[in-house]
Design a protein around this ligand. Structure first.
Ligand SMILES: [Zn+2]
Length: 275
């Protein structure tokens, strides 16, 4: 018999070990803030008459041949991100973090920084953050995007000043967005590969919110949670994700068919009740 969500939360709060409440979020949680989801048709980038899918232009290979175009796209996104406000789902997660403190871990695939804007403190950004940059030759660490750099409209070209600001002050190579591209691999230093898998081993319940699970680290995190005895709770109005396909027939998977912000409020109330 599968436990109910309420029983699962109650029991996890009483556990001495492997009692972490981990939350894995994807673009779905930010769509209520008006940001386009990366994999939806609105994630397509149109430059001139060329249509690009994220899988084509979201690569280091493409960047190394088209730096100005990739930066133009990213400075358009900078504008969307600066204007976006966290929604109820982000705020409720931050409240859950305050309730659970060290028993809480947030892992996000999002690069929009909205969790931090809502007050979340302990966040593993496994695909990076669009508000930070690093040298494309990796000669230095992660830096905030230069503050003088202005965001752009879709059709706006880079100015000479923009191009100057987008070059590394040490080695003069281009700066690059500090995000994981499709032809790159996860690592600990930039994308918290080991830290998230360690958290997964100590997780009593992993909540999956707004992600289809198309990338490998989220899949590994879910596998690891289940392998070490934890549960997986997916919040999704559809039965369409990797997690549903892979785990819905197991006893340690629960599907909550509700909007993320509604489900999170219920989860928060259950934690308050049994804490
Ligand atoms: Zn450099």
């Amino acid at each position: 018999m599968k436990p109910t969500l309420e029983t699962l939360i109650q029991e996890t709060l009483q556990k001495e070990k492997r009692n972490l409440f981990s939350f894995l979020t994807g673009a779905g949680i930010s769509s209520e803030s008006g940001l386009p989801t990366y994999r939806g048709s609105d994630g397509i980038w149109i430059k001139g008459t060329k249509y690009h899918k994220p899988e084509e232009f979201g690569t280091f290979k493409y960047f190394s041949q088209n730096q100005e175009e990739v930066w133009q796209y990213n400075l358009f996104w900078k504008k969307l991100i600066e204007e976006a406000k966290p929604n109820q789902g982000h705020f409720t997660l931050s409240e859950i973090e305050n309730l659970l403190s060290e028993k809480f871990q947030l892992i996000t695939q999002n690069v929009d920084g909205l969790h931090q804007k809502a007050g979340s403190k302990n966040v593993f950004e496994i695909h990076g953050n669009k508000q930070t940059v690093r040298c494309a030759s990796e000669c230095s660490g992660v830096m905030l995007i230069p503050s003088e750099l202005k965001s752009k409209d879709l059709s706006e070209d880079l100015s000479e000043k923009d191009i100057e600001l987008l070059h590394c002050q040490n080695c003069e190579d281009w700066l690059r967005p500090n995000t994981l591209w499709f032809d790159e691999s996860y690592n600990e230093k930039l994308y918290f590969l080991n830290s998230t898998l360690k958290a997964a081993k100590n997780t009593g319940v992993l909540f999956v919110i707004g992600t289809s699970g198309a990338t490998t680290l989220p899949q590994m995190i879910a596998e690891t949670v289940l392998q070490y005895g934890g549960f997986l709770v997916e919040i999704n109005t559809e039965e369409d994700s990797y997690f549903f396909e892979r785990f819905s027939r197991t006893k340690k998977y629960i599907l909550i068919k509700e909007k993320a912000s509604d489900a999170l409020i219920k989860i928060k109330e259950m934690i308050e009740k049994y804490k």
